[in-house]
Ligand binder design. Structure first.
Ligand code: HEM
Length: 162
């Protein structure tokens, strides 16, 4: 049987069962999270503008209610799976400047930590009743930029030369 060399092999790709399951969980949770943020930033405002104000407010309220109900376990699973994946790369992560893979993975994790900071900031502002519409908007846009960059880095880090 001929062995197919995986692109990026030797740059930290792991193929064990545990790794693959964590990777799939991480990918599906990331898809859900990025999709919801994408909808909030790229779909909702335009849709709301075309609806009568009371309907738009109700739509927004119910979307938010549903998101607050299903997103926490998904985001938690996203981060836990991420930490699980990173554990397999701890050797590389111990020397972030030694390879482009380790550097990009470190930047990716830092961006994910920044996303967590955004979420924490939004929750704190909300509790203090200081989460205005424009602040919420800014946070959503920033999170979208973060997660898109994270996805690009997650794919690029296995393919950028040493
Ligand atoms: C906002 C949070 C996060 C998002 C949106 C995100 C997104 C992604 C995406 C889209 C991939 C590519 C998955 C694939 O190709 O199947 C990935 C891979 C990865 N993520 Fe995350 N991630 C997040 C947080 C984290 C955290 C907190 C860690 C570690 C502490 C982490 C560690 C990893 C690792 C090690 C990989 C490489 C897996 C591989 O391709 O073998 N991620 N991430």
């Amino acid at each position: 049987m001929t062995r197919v060399k995986m692109p990026g092999a030797g740059r930290g790709h792991h193929c064990g069962m545990a790794y693959v399951l964590l990777l799939i969980a991480h990918l599906l949770c990331a898809a859900a999270f990025i999709g919801v943020v994408f909808a909030e930033v790229m779909l909702m405002p335009a849709v709301k503008k075309r609806l009568p104000r009371p309907v738009a407010l109700l739509w927004e309220k119910e979307f938010g209610r549903r998101a607050r109900r299903i997103m926490p376990p998904i985001v938690l699973a996203l981060y836990l799976a991420g930490v699980g994946l990173a554990w397999f790369h701890r050797g590389a992560l111990a020397h972030p400047l030694q390879s482009s893979f380790a550097l990009l993975l470190t930047v990716k994790i830092a961006l994910a930590a920044s996303v967590a900071g955004h979420v924490a900031t939004a929750l704190i502002l909300q509790r203090r009743k200081r989460l205005t519409a424009s602040r919420s908007d800014l946070i959503h846009r920033s999170v979208l930029a973060h997660v898109l960059l994270i996805a690009v880095i997650a794919k690029a880090m296995f393919h950028v030369a040493p």
